[in-house]
Design a protein around this ligand. Structure first.
Ligand code: SAM
Length: 243
């Protein structure tokens, strides 16, 4: 099949992304562990540490999918806090809700089906917003960054965890091979779904690099924007504050 994601017109992107996540939802967690060799757990732990979230805070995990970060936040904020797991995709949200309920913390979390580009919350609502491996799937990233900034409280932080540009040329080559050769094969073998995992590789390559994303966050109205490279820039964690 010729998925040709790179040539998809902008108005079709959202539909393609929806197909991918409906199709991978049930196997999402196991594939994540397989394909990142478990390292995504480390990236998420660093995100939690850098979030500065404390007891009583209100947190939005947008594009939260199966709720890995949501779960960490729920135990951080305690009974006086608020944690919202939001995702545009009903299949991902259902898998996330079932998982959190099975783990006994599901009732502490609110579940909202929402598009990051048009968040259904009042201005100045959250102390912290996270979007992990979500922004690259969003059609209008600038609009999403503005929408997230709008619903942050003054002093609130936005954390964007996303694939980025490897800092070393040799490593970039190896990583490119891995993304385009190995990932779709694992996807085919384990999930019988090479197309979804080819989309993954393409969306990673097309995502803005560290400095570009930093400038986009500043343009959306965030201050003190900085980033930390992880795993030699395979992933970067950007953080900005609404003043
Ligand atoms: N945050 C989770 C994690 O780190 O494991 C899930 C990441 S998953 C790769 C990307 C998620 O982004 C999917 O669940 C998808 O449905 C969601 N998504 C894509 N476009 C979105 C949008 N415009 N608004 C909200 N969520 C979106």
């Amino acid at each position: 099949t010729d998925f040709g994601f790179q040539d998809v017109p902008i108005e079709e992107k959202a539909g393609r992304v929806a197909d991918v996540f409906h199709s991978v939802a049930r196997r999402y967690d196991v594939m994540n562990d397989l394909m990142s060799m478990g390292i995504h757990r480390l990236w998420k732990r660093v995100t939690l540490e850098r979030s500065g979230v404390r007891r009583g805070n209100s947190v939005l995990d947008i594009a939260g999918g199966t709720g890995d970060l949501t779960k960490k936040f729920a135990s951080r904020v305690g009974p006086t806090g608020r944690v919202v797991l939001a995702d545009i995709n009903a299949s991902m949200l259902n898998v996330g809700r079932d998982k959190l309920i099975d783990e006994g913390i599901g009732h502490q979390v609110e579940y909202v089906q929402a598009n990051a580009e048009a968040l259904p919350f009042p201005d100045n609502t959250f102390d912290c917003i996270t979007i992990a491996f979500g922004l690259r799937n969003v059609t209008d990233k600038d609009k999403a960054l503005r929408s997230m900034t709008r619903v942050l409280k003054p002093g609130g932080r936005l954390l964007v965890l996303e694939f980025s540009k490897p800092t070393n040329a040799l490593f970039e080559k190896v990583y490119d091979q891995y993304s385009f050769q190995v990932l779709p094969r694992i996807g085919k073998l384990v999930a019988n779904d090479a197309d979804s995992y080819r989309y993954l590789a393409e969306s990673i390559r097309m995502h803005p690099d560290q400095e570009t994303l930093k400038a986009m966050m500043e343009a959306a109205g965030l201050d003190r924007v900085e980033y930390t490279n992880m795993t030699a820039g395979v992933v970067a964690l950007h953080r900005g504050v609404k003043l």
